[in-house]
Write a protein that binds this ligand. Structure first.
Ligand SMILES: [Zn+2]
Length: 290
């Protein structure tokens, strides 16, 4: 795997249009980074968000992405009318503050106000920052099944794991998409390199999903089948392990009470911190053992 990563990194650095992205890769992270979108970045994109947490440019950066925002409210709770965009921002801020307090990683939010960001721009922000982990926060809704309860973790797959996952992807992908081709579609011969990086990221994403459930389940209720797969646009950064965390169901009274309470959010944040810190500690160990 080390040889493979090194080879891919070399190929990417030699391929025109695929210069290494800003920011040196953090220790213990895959150093497969590519910049695909310099021109778009130069055209009036919003400024990159503030990074908080650990000092030192060698610390890994995690980007937390509060789903929805602005004129896209996401799901609305039939129980108390709260909107998904508010829930996701509150949870994301709790996770950021928890990580910043702990000080082992650096952390940034894709949005820290009520603005709407295009799905592809969300992971592009992470890429521009040189992030090595991307976590999109959402809250689920099952209007015809108020028994549906607990958190779910989604990772990328072109084929949905089940009908519910396919419907969720259709809903989430419709949110805030301005258009544009799939990432890397205009790169021609480079497509194969992108695919290789994407495959490695998908493996790491699935590993992180399992780790997150293990670390957070003593604190946060999860669905029994907690890990699902779907073709979610926001997870398509080819070079950053990415998950989408559905914190619970806005259609379930217990979940709403949990998600909206400061204690519930603190539990989610603590579970995330444990998983994130373990993830990077493992990667660092693996790197130093080589
Ligand atoms: Zn959502």
């Amino acid at each position: 795997m080390a040889f493979f990563a090194a080879l891919l990194s070399l190929l990417l650095s030699l391929t025109p249009g695929l210069a290494p992205s800003q920011g040196a890769p953090a220790p213990g992270t895959a150093n497969v980074t590519v910049v695909l979108d310099d021109a778009a970045a130069a055209e009036g994109r919003r400024a990159l968000p503030a990074v908080s947490g650990a000092r030192g440019s060698n610390r890994p950066i995690v980007v937390i992405d509060p789903g929805h925002g602005g004129h896209d409210p996401g799901a609305t709770s039939p129980i108390d009318g709260i909107r998904e965009k508010e829930v996701t921002l509150a949870i994301a801020r709790a996770i950021r503050d928890e990580l910043a307090r702990s000080g082992r990683v650096r952390v940034a939010l894709t949005r820290d106000d009520d603005s709407l960001i295009d799905l592809r721009e969300r992971y592009e922000i992470a890429r521009q920052l040189g992030a090595t982990l991307f976590i999109s926060i959402h809250a689920d809704a099952a209007p015809h099944n108020d028994d549906a309860q607990g958190a779910t973790i989604y990772t990328l797959s072109e084929i949905a794991s089940d009908r519910e996952a396919a419907l969720l992807a259709a809903r989430e992908n419709a949110a805030g998409v301005i258009g544009g081709a799939d990432l890397g579609a205009d790169l021609g011969v480079n497509r194969i390199l992108i695919d290789l990086a994407q495959r490695e990221s998908m493996v790491q994403s699935a590993q992180f999903a399992r780790l997150l459930q293990r670390e957070a389940s003593p604190l946060v209720p999860f669905r029994q089948d907690y890990h699902r797969f779907a073709s979610l646009i926001v997870l398509k950064a080819p070079d950053i392990p990415s998950i989408l965390f559905e914190a619970g169901y806005l259609t379930n009274a217990k979940d709403v009470a949990f998600i909206e309470s400061p204690e519930g959010r603190a539990r989610i944040a603590a579970g995330m911190r444990r998983a994130i810190e373990t993830h990077f500690a493992r990667r660092l160990t693996r790197l130093t053992e080589r």
